[in-house]
Design a binder for this molecule. Sequence first.
Ligand code: 4AD
Ligand code: MG
Length: 433
Amino acid sequence: MSEPPIPVDRANSPESVGKHVTLRGWIYRTRTQGGLAFLVLRDSTGIMQVTVRKQSVGEEAFGRASAALIESAIEVEGEVASDARAPGGHEVRAQAVRIISPAEVFPIFSGQTEEFLLDKRHLSIRSRDIVAVLRVKAEVLRSARAFLASERVIEMTPPLLTGNAAEGGSEAFTLDYFGRPAFLSQTAQLYLEALIYPLERVYSITTSFRAEKSRTPRHVTEFTHLEAELAWAGMKENLDLQERLIEAICRDVADHCPAELSLLNVDPAELRSVKAPFDRIRYEEAIQQLQAKGFAVEFGSDLGTAEERALTLERTSPLFVTNYPEAIKAFYMLRSADDPRTVECDDLLGPQGYGEIIGGSCRETDVVRLRERLEKTGAALENYEWYLDLRRYGSVPHAGFGVGIERVVRWITRREHIRDTTPFPRTPSRVLP
Ligand code: 4AD
Ligand code: MG
């Protein structure tokens, strides 16, 4: 009877030298020289060299092992030995190799186009780079949950099927809900606002959907949305929580993902240097800075990719831009007390040109004004009566924000395109695989 399999990272360590181990995984690379086959075995924890000698495993097993193609699933038994040339410094000298499932010729190899790799995404997600990014993403989510719990913000599960397209009807996916029109959620915000009355501090991590045709390196049509909503909060409390959340995420990724960051060529010291408080400028000041850089913008212009890039290119920490004009922001934002042209909102821009990673605001509490703003959007008012109710029964000042998790991961892992941060990216031209 063979021993239970152990993970590759445990086998590929000095403590395992001389031990008899069983490993299982997939063939990552393979090469045969006469009576000796070198297999590199991959499992979820890493890669390790396995040497298979004809005289140790027998002619038949050697024939099968050396003929097995990459991505074949195998199980190996043998002894761990030091070998400076092997990845990780150790190898397994096989005494037995079992082919669990032979692979056909793997269609993924280096030099293929991005489009081809996306067509074969179900296979190309085995790449070590993608896996490292997905592990960082998992740490981002774990860290965010731990931070919010420590701040006594409670996780909620709002619906994704909804009658409200709160971020703009033209960018909502519509669907037939038993004969009635409905939407895929663009934001959980309205539901979180309802939940602050019993719970005061709430958040959710849900999928948001946006039917925007923008083909940019930072837009996908389906993304992971972390949203928080806080009763009794104004701009200060809202921005403070956002920056401390981002600081905690960067520190945790630096502390817990050293191997992934090294594989991705990201310096953990850069992440550790992301410290609250972040600089804050008002939209109006941003417009002046952009004009000084030669941009043809004026009060009222929206800030696109190029503008956000110019504002943050030289920075190493994120930048808050606050108080945008009411006309270019969502209907639920509170009018600024000191400038009625603008609203109490913030966009948090990632440094080095990465652009918006968070959008937040104080919410309008006055039911009359809220209804007026809503009317201007052309939304079906009757579907928002429940939301207006929230202002009729004990309305309080409140604020919240939404973090685009893939955008944060793109910045932290320095990926060029947001699709590199999600296993099955959804874009206007892609809904398969
Ligand atoms: O700025 P947005 O549209 O704000 C809201 O939806 C608010 N209701 C959130 C809230 O206050 N509860 O979206 C929030 C964030 C953006 O800053 C961006 O990071 C991300 O969601 N995001 C996208 N990420 C990827 N692809 C897209 N198409 C995205 N649209 C927004
Ligand atoms: Mg936004």
